[in-house]
Design a protein around this ligand. Structure first.
Ligand SMILES: Cc1cc2nc3c(=O)[nH]c(=O)nc-3n(C[C@H](O)[C@H](O)[C@H](O)COP(=O)(O)O)c2cc1C
Length: 152
């Protein structure tokens, strides 16, 4: 199977949001996950300050259709495509839209990975993005979540 993987960054537009940031994100994730699971799109969304990073992967036609809708969403602006490529398999199978926020990294290892992304978002490349997304998704699935780390 061939998958298309597209990565972009954009800037959050607070002026277009009607709810608190947390509520906007919760609503967005619920909608996007339902939609992505129907359409076979997997990937991840990272919020670093006011910058969104997203990885979308799936059949080429589905990635393009989803990306066109996302691009037209006025809750973000100044969208820049970081990378677009074909691969033989998905990096994030079964992950309809993993979400993480650099502010939530109380775990030291993750915090050090997030730091350059939050500080210089325009320098983030494909490898940086994929490695940080995959690493944080793995940590979350293994139970290294904020609360557990803080309790430990
Ligand atoms: C940063 C960001 C990421 C998004 N990611 C997705 C996504 O992965 N899948 C999706 O269906 N919608 C996603 N959306 C929502 C779409 O942009 C759009 O609001 C939604 O598809 C509704 O479109 P419609 O009103 O034409 O149905 C995202 C929006 C933003 C701002």
């Amino acid at each position: 199977m061939t998958v298309t993987r597209l990565c972009y960054r954009s800037t959050l537009d607070f002026s277009k949001m009607t709810l608190s940031l947390d509520d906007e994100i919760d609503r967005l994730l619920a909608y996007a996950r339902a939609n992505n699971s129907r359409q076979g799109i997997t990937g991840a969304l990272l919020l670093a300050g006011s910058t969104f990073f997203q990885i979308l992967e799936g059949a080429d036609v589905d990635v393009r259709e989803t990306f066109a809708r996302i691009r037209a969403d006025d809750r973000h602006k100044d969208l820049v495509i970081i990378d677009e490529r074909s691969d033989s398999e998905r990096l994030m199978p079964g992950e309809w839209l993993f979400f993480t926020d650099t502010m939530d990294a109380y775990d030291g290892v993750l915090a050090s990975l997030f730091l350059p992304i939050a500080n210089t978002p325009d320098l983030v490349g494909y490898d940086d993005l994929v490695s940080v997304m995959m690493f944080s998704a793995t940590r979350v699935h293994r139970g290294f979540e904020t609360r557990d780390v803080m309790r430990a």
